[in-house]
Design a binder for this molecule. Structure first.
Ligand code: HT7
Ligand code: ZN
Length: 876
């Protein structure tokens, strides 16, 4: 594959004025007629040919101003159509007819069929699989779409924008016409046809316009779309209230399909969703599912302004829409739920995914400057770190200036295909701040490390905080410059009260905010009359790694007293990680796992504190994961030792706190009917966390089996099932529960995914045999991405002891499967392959086995561009 460079960007030679598409739908031979009106851009080469993108296309005909063109005037391959001898200035019309086979489209890019429904996925470069087109995000045009199809099989014919009309069309067929008045890039095009059930509502916008809201799902699933509809209306209200953004068409549609490569897609006026992120009811969806649905419905809706009204000039600017929109959906969820608990979840996710990406072979800047396969850049760096960068702008500027900057962005760039520089300039303009150093966050890959040391001078009453920042080299970026890092802080007195210093020197200090801008910088707080405890990076104001050897006493004080709940959780994590890492050493040395009481005391005090919300206490109980410990260790990883150490430490805490845990099991139980709100979900989370500890203290499946038997919602049911499966695999109670679950939900694909995933993550080397058996099960369906992610993805990403078996056997099986999947769905295969991005950090025996398996992939013939790109980067 060829490298695409940002530096090579230039506008197209031709300006596209309008697009008229006519689809004659057929499962295996769909005819697409594309009428395009162009004119040559001023001051460009008058002889330049028109170069259109294609991907696996079959051309049927090309017309110029409605007359068939001589074959010498154009060159067509499956991947491009080049037309020569075109007018120097006046507009002209090109009509192209292509033939495509939606049924055979297993990549799920372009027009494909999912369970008998025609649907499209055009981002990033899927439109070129439908027709020849200038398929790039800076080509914006107004679209008219005509859809002709068999009426009985496809009563529903949908596309972007507003419905123009429809009628019968010959024998057994009908047609519908749609017009989208908003100029858009091709990646936002969508078409859906088929037979679906409908859930309807309306929304009145802030200016009083009524918008029809329609969610289409498979027949019979309509009741499961009620929560998605509710989340949509709340999102629309929130965007009006928070960002002043009003919806701009008469209709907003969501279609849920069961085969989808990602979560959802923000096509203008016609979002297409993975049904996992639409369908929910208490019997089949967990609290986490509800929260994800709320977040993703919001995310796609928010794209209407950040992505659609203002789109990206080129795919290097992907974070312009994705990072910003993730920031917006994070803020939405924080406002709808508990802000602190939401932040803890975000940071856990950022560290476990993005920090890992940023320190390994796939590290890249939030705004990359080159790529080989754009599909591989829908990463946690672009999305989640991109969101953190936006959050830092908000932190540095403060709420009001941030709002002014966003308003200016919407005003200045509405209708544009914009760049990251355009975005940052809006904030520089409203704040009169020079944001050039800050912009390094977009351009430098790698997570900054900030080393912290403190010194209190009782005589001078000064407290000095010395900070030093470094960013490790990343692929293609050996040397890094110091960044602008906004660190929120508090100084705590021994009684937990906040100390306000008389003055501060050493650099810019805002309200509780240190602006670290130098490689090394000392901030001095004056007039501090007792030695304070420094709480740094409150609410995770900057996505950095702090190297700060705080004493257990100081951490315990923060865990007990900080008013910022995030920092209390962080202090607990900082108490736990050294204990867990030491435990790993002890296991590897064949010693018993022993640790001091500080962690236990702080943890039990927090979970017994009834003034704290249950959801927060549940987060505290979750302790760092095995992946968190591996990251902290940083190399020579032995997943078995990590698992054993963590298990021993949890068992010890479970025994010490058994009475508290048993009390919580009762206190958090309720007879009230299930509701998915954050408060009720928090109580279930704490109850279920307590259950996990109780069964480990008692080393007996009884309580989990009881919980399974009396569960009246999917959160409790799936949690008790995983406790049984993960802690008591093979036992009678576990087998009975797994069989019961399978038969109860045999006809519900999304719930069966949970059944696959729970079993795929049972720790231990038997995991491999288990997933091999499950892959043979008639219920496994390698063509369905959700099922593949539930089984193979869960095993590779979330079962460290099973996947990283010391004999390397799992690597061979998974890599073989990746090669098979690559033939059907390269995007899915490439994503699964990223599970091996940390192979070099494993202890040598496993690392060698991993390298051998990866080399098999690298040596395979006919790899997709997607997998080739990832394997080349992972292996170097
Ligand atoms: N903007 C959407 C990205 C997306 C996508 C990208 C590549 C291949 C398939 C895809 N489906 C959706 C989703 C979003 O971030 O909102
Ligand atoms: Zn998005």
């Amino acid at each position: 594959g060829q490298v695409i460079n940002l530096a090579d960007y230039r506008p197209t030679d031709f300006v596209l004025e309008r697009v008229d598409l006519t689809f004659e739908l057929d499962p295996t031979e769909t005819k697409v007629e594309t009428r395009l009106i162009f004119h040559r851009r001023e001051n460009t080469n008058p002889n330049a040919p028109l170069v259109l993108d294609g991907d696996e296309l079959v051309l049927s005909s090309v017309l110029f101003d409605q007359i068939e063109i001589d074959s010498e005037r154009y060159t067509a391959t499956p991947d491009s159509l080049i037309i020569r001898d075109l007018p120097a200035s006046e507009p002209f019309e090109i009509t192209i007819t292509t033939l495509i086979n939606p049924e055979a489209n297993t990549q799920l890019m372009g027009l494909y069929r999912s369970n008998g429904i025609y649907c499209t996925q055009c981002e990033a470069e899927g439109f070129r699989r439908i027709t020849y087109f200038p398929d790039r995000p800076d080509v914006l045009a107004v679209y008219t779409v005509n859809i002709i199809a068999d009426k009985a099989a496809n009563p529903l014919l949908l596309s972007n924008g507003n419905f123009l009309g429809g009628a019968g069309y010959g024998e057994g067929k009908h047609f519908a016409a749609w017009f989208d008045p908003h100029p858009k890039p091709s990646y936002l095009f969508a078409l859906v046809a088929g037979d679906l059930g409908l859930v309807e509502d309306t929304f009145t916008t802030m200016s009083g316009r009524e918008v029809a809201l329609k969610i289409y799902v498979e027949h019979g699933k309509e009741p499961r779309a009620a929560y998605a509809m509710d989340a949509l209306k709340r999102s629309m209200t929130w965007d009006e209230e928070t960002f002043g953004r009003e919806y701009d068409l008469d209709i907003f549609m969501i279609v849920a399909v069961s085969d989808f490569n990602m979560g959802a897609m923000e096509n203008k006026g016609l979002n297409i969703f993975n049904d996992k992120y639409v369908l929910a009811d208490p019997e089949t969806a967990t609290d986490a599912d509800y929260a994800n649905i709320e977040a993703i419905i919001a995310h796609e809706y928010f794209h209407n302004w950040t992505g659609n009204r203002i789109t990206c000039r080129d795919w290097f600017q992907l974070c312009l829409k994705e990072g910003l929109t993730v920031y917006r959906d994070h803020e939405f969820s924080a406002d709808q739920r508990s802000r602190a608990v939401k932040r803890i979840g975000e940071v856990r996710h950022l560290r476990s995914e993005q920090f890992v990406e940023d320190s390994g072979p796939l590290a890249h800047p939030v705004r990359p400057s080159q790529y080989k396969e754009i599909n591989n850049f829908y990463t946690t760096t672009v999305y989640e770190k991109g969101s953190e960068v936006t959050r830092m702008i908000a932190t540095i500027l403060g709420k009001d200036l941030f709002k002014q900057g966003m308003d200016l962005y919407f005003e200045r760039h509405d209708g544009d295909a914009a760049t990251v520089e355009d975005f940052v300039q809006c904030f520089a303009d409203v704040s009169k701040r020079d944001l050039s150093q800050f912009s390094l966050w977009y351009h430098q890959a790698g997570t900054p490390h900030v080393t912290v040391s403190c010194d209190y001078d009782a005589t001078a009453k000064t407290f000095t905080v010395k900070l030093a920042q470094t960013v490790a080299p990343t692929p293609g970026q050996p040397d890094k410059k110091p960044m602008h890092i906004p660190l929120s802080f508090a100084l705590l007195a021994n009684n937990g009260a906040m100390i306000t210093p008389a003055s501060t020197s050493g650099g810019e200090v805002g309200e509780n905010l240190l602006h670290l801008t130098e490689a090394e910088q000392s901030f001095v707080f004056h007039g501090v009359s007792e030695r304070p405890v420094l709480s740094l990076n409150r609410s995770f104001s900057a996505p950095v790694i702090l190297n700060f050897a705080q004493s257990s006493d100081d951490l315990a004080l923060i865990a007990r007293c900080e008013s910022d709940l995030f920092s209390r959780w962080q202090a607990l994590t900082d108490l736990a990680l050294p204990v867990l890492c030491e435990g790993v050493k002890q296991v590897r040395a064949g010693q018993p796992v022993l640790f001091n009481d500080a962690l236990k005391r702080s943890l039990l005090a927090i979970i017994a504190d009834e003034t704290l919300e249950p959801a927060f206490r549940a987060q505290a109980l979750a302790l760092p994961s095995e992946a968190d410990i591996a990251r902290e260790l940083g190399g020579d990883i032995d997943p078995d030792a990590i698992h054993a150490a963590r298990k021993a430490i949890i068992a010890d805490i479970a025994i010490a706190g058994l009475d508290i845990f048993k009390g919580l099991l009762e206190q958090m139980a309720t007879d009230a009917a299930y509701t998915p709100d954050a408060k009720a979900a928090g109580q279930r989370a704490l109850k279920n966390a307590a259950l996990t500890y109780v069964v480990q203290a008692e080393n007996n499946p009884l309580k989990a089996a009881e919980a399974y038997a009396k569960a009246d919602n999917m959160t409790d049911l799936s949690h008790s099932l995983s406790v049984l499966a993960h802690h008591f695999p093979g036992m009678t109670e576990t087998k009975a529960a797994l069989t019961d679950f399978e038969s109860r939900f045999a006809n519900n694909a999304l719930v069966l995914d949970k059944w696959f995933s729970i079993q795929a993550t049972i720790p231990g080397e038997d995991g491999l045999g288990r997933i091999k058996t499950l892959m043979q099960s008639p219920k496994f369906n390698a063509a369905n991405p959700n099922r593949v992610r539930a089984l193979i993805g869960s095993f590779a990403f979330s079962n460290p002891t099973g996947f990283h078996r010391a004999d390397g056997a799992s690597y061979s099986v998974v890599t073989e499967e990746i090669l098979a999947i690559d033939k059907r769905n390269p995007q899915l295969a490439a994503r699964l392959l990223t599970s091996m991005r940390t192979w070099k950090l494993l202890e040598p025996q496993r690392a060698n086995k991993a390298r051998a398996a990866l080399t098999t992939i690298a040596n395979a013939n006919d790899l997709s561009n997607d997998v080739r790109d990832i394997i080349d980067r992972i292996l170097t």
